[in-house]
Design a protein around this ligand. Structure first.
Ligand SMILES: C[S@@+](CC[C@H](N)C(=O)[O-])C[C@H]1O[C@@H](n2cnc3c(N)ncnc32)[C@H](O)[C@@H]1O
Length: 255
């Protein structure tokens, strides 16, 4: 398997922090940029080779002009193992399943929201889904290196094991019978989102304990998956008090 590259200041910085890099690549024109100098310093601390390229050559190497003057070569990973992830969770685990998200920008945005909402791990199916590639890493602003991501070969079997392990599965679909806001999400939770085109696949949907919708106005049938994921994860985070529930002084409601 050929090694993968990544690019973008946040993505490279997060990969360095996670010790995921083998080499750092820098555009000479951007060498004086303080943020890039910091990445070079971090690479030196890890004794990584630092290669300098002209910005245009770096663009050709990375196949994108959106590299922000920095890129790198990733180590090969065995991938995160679900058993290991589950063994590290407390009794209120919070997982996100993305059932067939195809667009790398959507996947990156979902990972970014997952980190910010305190999700313990994200589970992706190995087939019919975008892998965590360089575009995803850039779009996730580094979250792809901080949130455990586990790719499974048989999502249906994984969902069964999660149910056996005590998780409740909440599948999100526009036609779900319950409102997201009427569900108790303060429990061992797997939030299950569908892909852009097909939504939740039949077997995935059948595994869910609840099917819920985000109430919407207007004539739109569905939200973009990354927007829907953000709404669902932050409603769960609010109920689970992952986020401070305190109201700023002066905003208390009178009875
Ligand atoms: C773009 S939508 C998929 C639309 C797809 N054509 C379908 O038939 O479901 C992507 C995913 O975002 C979530 N989603 C979007 N809008 C939603 C809503 N109003 N309520 C619940 N989930 C929603 C669902 O998980 C959905 O599968």
């Amino acid at each position: 398997m050929s090694k993968e590259s990544l690019y973008g200041i946040h993505a490279v910085s997060a990969a360095l922090d996670a010790e995921e890099l083998l080499e750092l690549w820098v555009a000479v024109e951007r060498r004086a940029d303080e943020r890039i100098a910091l990445l070079v310093q971090k690479a030196a601390e890890q004794c990584l080779p630092v290669q300098e390229w002209r910005s245009s050559a770096l663009g050709r190497k990375l196949n994108t002009g959106r590299h922000q003057g920095v890129g790198g070569l990733l180590r090969d990973f065995p991938g995160q193992d679900l058993e290991t992830i589950l063994a590290q969770l407390n009794d209120r685990g919070f997982l996100l399943v993305l059932d067939g998200v195809l667009d790398p920008h959507n996947l990156g945005a979902c990972l970014r929201s997952a980190e910010a909402a305190g999700v313990d791990a994200v589970i992706l199916p190995g087939d019919n889904a975008c892998p965590v590639n360089a575009t995803v890493r850039k779009a996730s602003a580094g979250s792809a290196s901080r949130v455990p991501v586990c790719t499974v070969t048989n999502l249906s079997r994984t969902l069964s094991s999660l149910q056996e392990a005590g998780f409740w599965l909440v599948g999100m679909a526009g036609e779900g019978s319950r409102s997201l806001y009427a569900l108790d999400l303060d429990m061992p939770l797997v939030m299950v989102m569908g892909g852009e085109e097909k939504g939740l696949r039949r077997l995935t949907r059948e595994h869910c304990d609840y099917l819920a919708h985000i109430p919407m106005m207007g004539a739109i049938e569905s939200l973009n998956v990354s927007v829907a994921t953000g709404i669902c994860l932050f409603e769960a985070a609010r109920q689970r008090r992952n986020l401070s529930p305190a109201r700023p002084a002066g905003q208390e409601k009178s009875a």
